[in-house]
Write a protein that binds this ligand. Structure first.
Ligand code: CIZ
Length: 337
């Protein structure tokens, strides 16, 4: 639901017409000031994007930032559903995303019409949806969660209501086990976390016997069973920084290692690998669509810009606002950028 709009009277500047000698960080800085913009970046963004962002975080931190900012423009460097969340919670702001094609495999796995039928088949269930879904699926849900607040939110839901969890079956399965709640799971998964190989992880551990394994709950059970710590990106970051250990194997999108290496240069971080033995397949191809060139261009062109029909925005805001209200006790990190 991204409407690509170009400011009236201005021809859209495209990447192929960009001066190759342009000072991109300098120009982005100038436009950020001129347009009163804030740049938000997810931990899965390339290091150079994380470094120029005003704030780097996970979905929960970034949605809180988007709701609280007094900037006029939000440039959201992540994937499309994250930009949508910013627009849902901050409708008065212009929300730009560098690439309108930056989707999400979890979102793709859960089409609104199919999700509506799923709900209708389970009329007595509460629908708890992971934030990695479309605005339409959010609007059909009772409450949204992220991987950092899901347990805290589940603990606040009435125990006499069964739960539908969508769209990530691995996160849902992990939460069902952790909380003891019966959950009916939507059969979706993240193409990145699905790639990690248990066999390769065991090999890595054998080669690095002192390394602790930190894994994201979007990973399959075969990976999680080897983890010393399972948590959201934010929780994994806190864990490796607080731990006295010096070596870690990280089973999530490897760009988060950028923040780890910046904060703990004396520690070693090893990216978990896929079946081909490389960490390349764990790099999110959607997150990778964003570049400095595209950040510059979206500020110049005022597009791609997130626009949502107001009735959809309002319907999606209800479960999102419920999430924000129910996660007040979930730790607010210091600015990570
Ligand atoms: O919630 C997010 O930002 C994602 C996609 C992962 C995490 O655990 O932070």
């Amino acid at each position: 639901m991204v409407e690509t709009v170009v400011l009236p009277g201005r021809e859209a500047l495209s990447e192929d017409r960009l001066d190759p000698a342009i000072d991109l960080p300098g120009e982005i800085e100038r436009l950020r000031r001129d347009r009163k913009a804030v740049i938000l970046a997810h931990y899965y963004q390339d290091g150079e994007i994380q470094d120029l962002a005003d704030f780097v975080g996970d979905s929960l931190d970034l949605s809180r930032k988007a709701a609280a900012t007094d900037a006029e423009v939000i440039v959201f460097c992540g994937v499309r559903f994250m930009g949508e969340v910013a627009k849902i919670v901050s409708p008065g702001k212009t929300v730009l995303i560098p690439d309108a094609e930056a989707g999400c495999s979890l979102e793709e796995s859960c089409r609104p019409e199919a999700f509506r039928r799923f709900r209708e088949e389970h009329p007595d269930h509460l629908a708890v949806s992971y934030i990695n879904c479309s605005a339409e699926v959010k609007a059909l849900s009772d409450v949204i969660v992220t991987s950092s607040n899901a347990e805290a939110i589940l603990a606040q839901l009435p125990t006499d209501r069964p739960v539908l969890f969508a769209p990530d079956r691995h996160l849902g399965g992990y939460l069902a086990k952790k909380t003891g709640r019966a959950m009916t799971l939507w059969p979706g998964s993240c193409i990145i976390h699905e790639q990690f190989s248990e066999r390769e992880l065991v090999k890595l551990r054998t080669r690095h016997p002192r390394a602790l394994v930190a894994a994201h709950p979007e990973c399959p059970e075969g990976i999680l069973r080897h983890a010393d710590h399972v948590g959201s990106t934010r929780a994994i970051l806190d864990y490796v920084l607080e731990s006295p250990a010096k070596e870690f194997i990280i089973a999530t999108e490897p760009h988060i290692i950028h923040q780890m290496e910046k904060a703990a240069p004396d520690k070693t971080f090893i990216a978990a690998v896929g079946m081909d033995g490389s960490c390349d397949c764990a790099r999110c191809p959607f997150m990778a669509k964003n570049t400095l060139e595209k950040i510059y261009l979206c500020l110049v062109n005022n597009a791609p810009r997130i626009e949502l029909p107001e009735d959809l925005r309002r319907a999606a805001l209800k479960p999102l606002q419920r999430m924000l209200d129910m996660s007040v006790s979930v730790n607010v990190p210091a600015n990570a950028s």
